[in-house]
Ligand binder design. Structure first.
Ligand SMILES: [Zn+2]
Length: 514
């Protein structure tokens, strides 16, 4: 079989029986074939004898069994340099219609068939095994065949899972397996992702299938997380921001892979719809760390929590690597007993119930970073900051299991610890503020695998105990109302005490002091 696109280098011969050989192609363009044959006649000038000899050697051991020949591989005394930049359909004198892409040829046709498929340079192999050079058959065949009989096919969108999936239990009672499936469109044409199926790679069962509006909502270009799309322009990178719901933690697979369906425009020498399997990754199956409350009291609105807010889709290129440190971050904003986020003059931090609240250590820990001295921003009128100033006044704690807890935007002068201090769970380490990259008083809280707010992988966590008061509006809905005149509406479905769960986005929770 020969499958080609510009710049591609995949080639396979498949022997049939007797003196004939088959050449399977993705296209059926006889006009293109004519062009290829003409072109190759020119190319073969002065080299035809080498070419024929080399091809013959190659076929002689191809005939011993089905085998595959890779571009650049020695198939005898001839070195295949690369494939032509078009698909070929070897139709000399015979129409291919009605016979599919798989065509038998006479012995005479073999040289033409091969001519249209490879470009040959010189004689003699510069690399390869002894078996290759002697044409001794099966050894070479086994070395060059794709593993496990896998068929070579073009995969326009290359799948990778940059960091292992991790899970937590949310306030919906479900286990959420969260990670990113990165898709690189390696075609020089646009590709549309039409379906993504997450599979348990061990059992082969499908855990989640996304298509249509669900897929669009879950996917964006790499650094444009707020703009859903399933279209990948040539050479672009997309991400499916996966949140795979499972019934229980025992259903978390140890390894996942994906079945991806991509469509490309018609008229190309590849199928318009291509389905492939890839993006295999081990899963971090250990339970998430369980921590105490970072705040105390009621009315804490978990803005931007997992798994659909801006934190979730913040992939930041820092120090030559992409990091999703905020994957499970929450911006805690407090509403008062009447449901208001602000009372009085909105331009004053003190008007916001969130401001100047105690911030607590979530576990016994060592302080690795304690930064104070940054001023508060003016609410809803922040001054731009640099990356060094983005966290504002902040604290990083190293927990017993080696993970790190990060608290940002604290009130100036409130940081009550210093680097190297040992703190106890529930100990006050600062107070909520509006410093750094912040438009209003809030506590940004996250766990990560390194002592950096940005250069780290964001980790899931669960709070050991809290009360779910209800669910507030989405961030998008919240920004369309005036917080000074419109109280936050709370849907109390499912309200009640919770243990070992992570508040989901827009949950409103209350904490007891440990
Ligand atoms: Zn935040």
């Amino acid at each position: 079989m020969i499958s080609q696109l510009p710049g591609a280098t995949i080639l396979r011969y498949q022997d049939t029986s007797g003196p004939s050989v088959s050449c399977e192609t993705a296209g059926g363009d006889s006009e293109l074939l004519a062009r290829l044959v003409t072109d190759l006649k020119v190319r073969l000038t002065g080299r035809q004898s080498d070419f024929i000899r080399g091809l013959g050697d190659g076929l002689s051991h191809i005939r011993s069994s089905e085998r595959h020949v890779r571009a650049g591989e020695c198939i005898g005394e001839t070195h295949i340099l690369r494939l032509r930049s078009h698909s070929c359909d070897l139709t000399e004198g015979e129409p291919s219609m009605g016979r599919g892409p798989y065509i038998r040829r006479s012995a005479r046709a073999i040289s033409i068939a091969a001519s249209a498929c490879v470009i040959v340079v010189g004689a003699g192999c510069t690399s390869g095994t002894a078996a290759d050079q002697t044409g001794s058959g099966s050894t070479a065949a086994s070395e060059t065949a794709p593993p496990n009989g896998q068929i070579e096919q073009f995969t326009p969108a290359l799948m990778t899972v940059p960091t292992p999936p991790r899970w937590f239990t949310g306030t919906d009672g479900r286990v959420h397996l969260v990670y990113e499936l990165q898709l690189t469109n390696a075609f020089p044409i646009s590709a549309t992702i039409t379906e993504v199926a997450v599979r348990d790679a061990g059992k082969g069962t499908v855990l989640q299938t996304l298509s249509g509006d669900q897929l669009t909502a879950a996917m964006s270009l790499l650094t444009s997380g707020s703009q859903p799309t399933t279209e990948l322009a040539p050479s672009t990178v997309g991400v499916v921001w996966l949140d795979v719901p499972l019934d229980k933690s025992s259903a978390v697979p140890s390894r996942i892979d994906h079945q991806l369906t991509v469509t490309v425009p018609p008229g190309l020498p590849v199928p318009e719809s291509i389905t492939t399997v890839g993006g295999a990754s081990d899963v971090y199956t250990n339970p998430p760390i369980v921590i105490g409350p970072p705040l105390e009291g009621s009315g804490w609105f978990a803005v931007g929590s997992c798994c659909d807010g801006p934190h979730r889709r913040t992939a930041q290129p820092i120090n030559n690597q992409l990091w999703v440190a905020q994957r499970f971050a929450i911006d805690f904003n407090k509403i008062n007993d009447q449901g208001f986020l602000v009372v009085g003059d909105k331009s004053k931090n003190e008007s916001w119930p969130t401001y100047d609240q105690p911030v607590l250590a979530v576990a016994d820990a060592e302080v690795t970073t304690a930064q104070d001295g940054f001023p508060d921003q003016v609410p809803e009128a922040p001054t731009p900051v640099t990356i060094d100033q983005a966290d504002g006044n902040h604290v990083i704690l190293k927990l017993a299991d080696g993970t790190y807890a990060f608290y940002a935007h604290l009130k100036p002068g409130s940081v009550a610890v210093k680097s190297g201090d040992l703190v106890k769970i529930g100990q006050q380490i600062g107070r909520t503020g509006n410093s750094g990259s912040s438009t209003g008083a809030h506590l940004h809280f996250q766990l990560m695998d390194r002592p950096s707010a940005l250069v780290a992988d964001g980790l899931p966590y669960e709070f050991s105990s809290f009360t779910l008061t209800g669910h507030g509006p989405t961030l998008a809905d919240l920004t369309t109302t005036d917080p000074a005149t419109t109280p936050v509406t709370i849907n109390t479905t499912g309200a009640g005490p919770r243990t070992d769960q992570l508040p989901l986005s827009a949950d409103i929770v209350g904490f007891q002091t440990p």
